[in-house]
Design a protein around this ligand. Sequence first.
Ligand SMILES: Nc1ncnc2c1ncn2[C@@H]1O[C@H](COP(=O)(O)OP(=O)(O)OP(=O)(O)O)[C@@H](O)[C@H]1O
Ligand SMILES: [Mg+2]
Length: 314
Amino acid sequence: MPYIIVDNLVKKYGELTAVDHISFTVEKGEIFGLLGPNGAGKSTTLNVITTLTDFDKGEVIIDGMDIRRDKSSIKQLIGMVPQDIAIYDHLNAFENVKFFASLYGLRGNKLIQNSKEALEFVGLSDKMKLQPKKMSGGMKRRLNIACGIAHNPQLIVMDEPTVGVDTQSREHILNSIKLLRDRGATVIYTSHYMQEVEEICDRIAIIDKGKMIACGTEPELVSMVTDVMSVYVETKIPIGFDRDAFCRKIKLMPGIKGIKLEDSVIRVDISIDQNSIERIIQEVINYELPINNIKSEVPNLDTLFLTLTGRELR
Ligand SMILES: Nc1ncnc2c1ncn2[C@@H]1O[C@H](COP(=O)(O)OP(=O)(O)OP(=O)(O)O)[C@@H](O)[C@H]1O
Ligand SMILES: [Mg+2]
């Protein structure tokens, strides 16, 4: 049984159906991404899962428990990192983390230890005494994360945790999320940045206007639009080179859809699920052709979103 089951979830705000029959499952120990543009229904879905919002129709099961019946037990499993930063300005970083962890029943040494570890985890251990009003946006984001994870929740729900942070903080946050997963947590993560979701998520649901438009691993999603990618090897083909023999050799490899040789570029179209890049490169080396550069052109989730909705993701 999957760790989380969301089945035909519907959430309305008056006339507006913010979440429109969304279904997905999340396995224990995976990073599951919800990707979608502004107003897609990401936060609303997360708010239902974290028991912050009620819903109109459907079923949500977490760790075998029904969210309608076992609300308080489910709450204990979850750490929430909200989209709108929720920290107290009059408390310093350490006091903020302690406060949120104490809400989950942590006391005494455990409370202090966990709070310190959470701050260390987000790279703020040297800012323990600092108040949020003196922090940069990126630091506040990181503190927001520390507050959500200090009680070591088995399910971590993060709503756009990287908005407004610089590249360095962003990388730090993304690496931390992977580390949390590697330590055994299950993570649900939302973003409208395709690259982030591609970088860290094991599986991805793409939602738009409240509806699920696709769900799967990145290669599965991309293969919904095309199953071909192109590899370009920049080289210098010498005069007298046996082009036919080389092309025949490449075409014998699994998943080769086509090959084109120009004087300085070899282009090979290959099927995505039969990734033969390594073998192609090996063959180029065997033929003693110089390799000046290697590029690949892979269709991505932006391509998928554009194909399915007719609009750009951003
Ligand atoms: N409390 C609310 N009352 C009324 N409408 C709401 C409320 N919260 C969200 N909505 C509406 O529901 C829809 C989905 O909003 P939601 O916040 O879930 O989107 P989102 O995918 O998280 O977007 P964003 O990327 O901007 O955070 C939007 O049209 C929004 O205006
Ligand atoms: Mg949102």
